[in-house]
Design a protein around this ligand. Structure first.
Ligand code: FES
Length: 570
């Protein structure tokens, strides 16, 4: 029996209601046969000139439209709020949940049968997948693709070099002119960051979850094959609608485990944890922060990509792309998970080949034995904290040192370069009040630039601990996402300069050398200082955002409401 398309609840109506729904569409010059019985495909676009990584997505939408039409569907493009990581203040993460609401309500409220999610820059991908998951129509992701690799003084560069250039410039090892030249050389094409930062980790996440066609993650934005992938995705979503292949059919517990294993193999961003937890919460798959450590434990780092390695996303594509990584993980992955093209993930990668073992190593001879992400517990992070051991200094993975505490980001900025700051290479920098509620929005400031006096001595890394996040392009021995965050008044909030902090990554622990009595005494004295916003979205966010170990979603957005529209005003 043929299913009645959802869009026909609008366009298939008789009388006044149908007249209204159809007549106003016709003002765009669209004949009625376009929406009479054809699958209507929404193209959810995060295009914006204020999101440079996504600025080319309208062009990509044209390729999607060609594919939709070719398969007998009717494409309709609609905008949602976009999040440009580099321009949005105070931090794009503050608005991830807001965009997810925009996406969810835009999809449900409109006559669409399936959706193509066009995203790229960091938060745009999880925001779109979260919102679409709460509606659960057939959906496919098309990422914008990474930039071409930057070129500076004969070297390949990408966003991770920004941190190195900043340290060199601060230490007087790079002139203003060199700094400006590097600035022009880094982002030399359309697309998102070229390293395995958060945007690339998210593109790999959707491919390993099965939400995109194979090779979505790594085809450069400037490569003509990106448009081909967009057209094929447009064609495929029409078939997905006919098959009624919904997000919940693809986003199973096994698919989440696949994504966790792949993220470990590619050295993906720490932000992956927070976003995947939030997506799982929307689609109703049980997932905890412990799962990341457990599931990824047997997986070594195989992709030699910045910031943990040497190469770039462009190199990953030329080496065979994500399917070549997946094939190497064949003994670990759940190969029977269904993906957006209707085939299993194993069917998608079984013919893949690796063309460059310097970029994609093997399970037998991995690029780095260290696991990509580890979850720590201890008396300053009772609900967990995360670290990326593959991007840390091996000699600091087991370390004790005196804390140098900054109460907030302003305090850090004011004092970090004070010549009298009691800091040396053994110290542990602690930054508080940069968590979800505390900042608010949990900015990417956790990989604090080191004090100038240490940089001048040639020190490249010391242990850093915060309740904030780190850019996926960042590196160093950086402990992030401390939960509960400081403004909730827990143990982390009462650490003082001079306290001894011990990190032991192999034992998965992070502790301050204080008794429970002393911690309690300090907590009673401390007045917690939650951030305050009198009105608007930020007020809503502060009052409802959950802690990092739960995915930092708004508590009332968990789960979904399906695609049914309950009331009908016409
Ligand atoms: Fe957009 Fe890096 S700034 S992906």
């Amino acid at each position: 029996m043929q299913r009645i398309l959802r869009s026909q609840q609008w366009f298939g109506r008789k009388g006044k209601d149908g007249f209204i729904y159809r007549a106003w569409m016709k003002n765009q010059g669209i004949p009625s046969y376009e929406f009479e019985g054809k699958p209507v495909i929404g193209i959810c676009n995060t295009w914006s000139e204020l999101t440079p990584c996504n600025a080319h997505l309208r062009e990509l939408a044209e390729s999607v439209k060609r594919g939709v039409s070719e398969a007998g569907g009717f494409p309709v493009e609609f905008p949602v709020m976009s999040l440009g990581e580099t321009l949005i203040k105070p931090t794009a993460m503050l608005y991830r949940n807001q965009v997810s609401m925009d996406v969810e309500e835009s999809i449900r409220a409109n006559p669409v049968d399936g959706v193509v999610l066009l995203c790229g820059c960091d938060k745009t991908t999880p925001a779109l997948v979260m919102g679409a998951s709460s509606v659960n129509l057939p959906s496919i992701v098309v990422s914008g693709g990474p930039m071409l690799t930057g070129k500076y003084k004969g070297k390949d560069i990408g966003t991770s070099d920004l941190w190195r250039f900043t340290a060199d410039h601060k230490a007087g090892m790079m002139t203003d002119e060199e700094f400006a030249t590097a600035e022009a050389a880094m982002c030399r094409s359309r697309g998102h960051c070229a390293v395995m930062g958060t945007a690339s980790s998210m593109a790999c996440m959707v491919e390993s979850l099965g939400l995109s066609l194979p090779q979505n993650a790594a085809i450069p934005a400037a490569d003509a094959r990106r448009k081909v992938l967009a057209q094929l995705s447009g064609k495929r979503i029409v078939e997905m609608v006919k098959e009624d292949l919904k997000l919940s059919d693809i986003l199973t517990r096994k698919a989440f485990e696949n994504a966790i294993m792949v993220n470990a193999a590619i050295g993906g961003s720490t932000n992956f944890i927070i976003h995947l937890l939030a997506i799982a919460g929307r689609i109703g798959v049980p997932l905890t922060i412990e799962d990341f450590d457990k599931v990824s434990a047997p997986i070594p780092l195989m992709a030699n990509l910045q910031p943990a390695g040497a190469f770039f996303m462009e190199d990953l594509f030329y080496a065979g792309g994500l399917p070549a990584v997946l094939k190497e993980l064949d003994g670990f992955l759940h190969g029977d998970c269904v993906t957006a093209n209707g085939r299993t993930i194993r069917d998608n990668y079984k013919e893949a080949e690796c063309y460059n073992r310097n970029v994609i190593a093997t399970i037998a001879h991995p690029f780095n034995d260290n696991t990509a992400l580890a979850v720590l517990r201890g008396n300053i992070c009772e609900n967990g904290a995360v670290i990326k051991p593959s991007a840390a200094s091996p000699h600091l993975l087991q370390h004790s040192g005196k804390a140098v505490v900054f109460e907030n980001i302003e305090d850090y900025k004011k004092r970090i370069d004070d010549p009298d700051l009691p800091v040396d290479e053994h110290s542990v920098l602690v930054l508080k009040s940069v968590g979800p509620k505390g900042y608010p929005g949990m900015p990417e400031v956790g990989n604090m630039t080191l004090p100038r006096k240490l940089l001048e001595q040639g020190v490249k890394d010391i242990v850093r601990v915060s309740d904030g996040r780190m850019s996926g392009t960042g590196f160093g021995t950086v402990v992030l996402h401390v939960s509960p965050e400081a403004v909730l008044g827990g143990n982390f909030s009462v650490i003082e300069t001079g306290d001894i902090i011990t990190i032991d990554v192999p034992a998965r622990s992070l502790n301050v050398d204080l008794t429970d009595e002393e911690l309690n005494r300090r907590k009673q004295k401390r007045k917690s200082r939650p951030a305050v916003a009198e009105r608007g979205y930020v007020n809503l966010y502060i009052n409802h955002v959950e802690q990092a170990h739960l995915g930092a979603d708004l508590d009332f957005l968990k789960g979904g409401s399906g695609s049914e529209v309950l009331r009908d005003s016409h």
